[in-house]
Ligand binder design. Structure first.
Ligand code: SF4
Ligand code: SF4
Length: 136
């Protein structure tokens, strides 16, 4: 995916501050080694892999990050957390991004779409992960 980067319009990076406040993570620790993306089981399906999501948050690229499918595809497996040499928890950052999106009224699935038929044909893990995302 081609990403154009523009400088945030405000001098302070409010998006970064908001995510750090939300998650308790210090994103400046990330030095882009890529271990988290390399160990993520759904990285290939994400429009932006998790390490690049972190870099874009550092750069204040809120729109690009929140418009991507990455946070919604994260299955909260915590592989990234265990592999980060800087003791960051990228899964928490994905969770923080989901919470921020939901508060702004942006969700990939409306509750009205979760019908009996939908539940019957979905694997149990998908239902549990989906509800965690919708009710975080
Ligand atoms: S917790 Fe999410 S971002 Fe981290 S490795 Fe698992 S699926 Fe990927
Ligand atoms: S593993 Fe840690 S340091 Fe490496 S890119 Fe991911 S968050 Fe950054």
């Amino acid at each position: 995916m081609k990403i154009s980067i523009e400088a945030p319009s405000h001098s302070k990076n409010q998006f970064l501050e908001q995510i750090e406040r939300e998650t308790g993570e210090d994103l400046s620790r990330c030095y882009q080694c890529g271990n988290c993306s390399g160990s993520c089981p759904v990285s290939d399906e994400m429009e932006i892999p998790v390490s690049q999501v972190i870099r874009l948050v550092q750069l204040g690229q809120e729109k690009t990050v929140l418009q991507s499918n990455s946070m919604w595809l994260c299955v909260s497996c915590f592989q990234c957390q265990g592999r980060c040499p800087k003791c960051l928890d990228p899964s928490k950052i994905m969770e923080g991004l989901r919470r921020l999106s939901l508060r702004r009224g942006r969700a990939p699935l409306a509750m009205s779409q979760v019908t009996g038929e939908f539940i019957e044909r979905s694997p149990q893990q998908a239902i549990v992960a989906g509800f965690r995302k919708l009710f975080a």
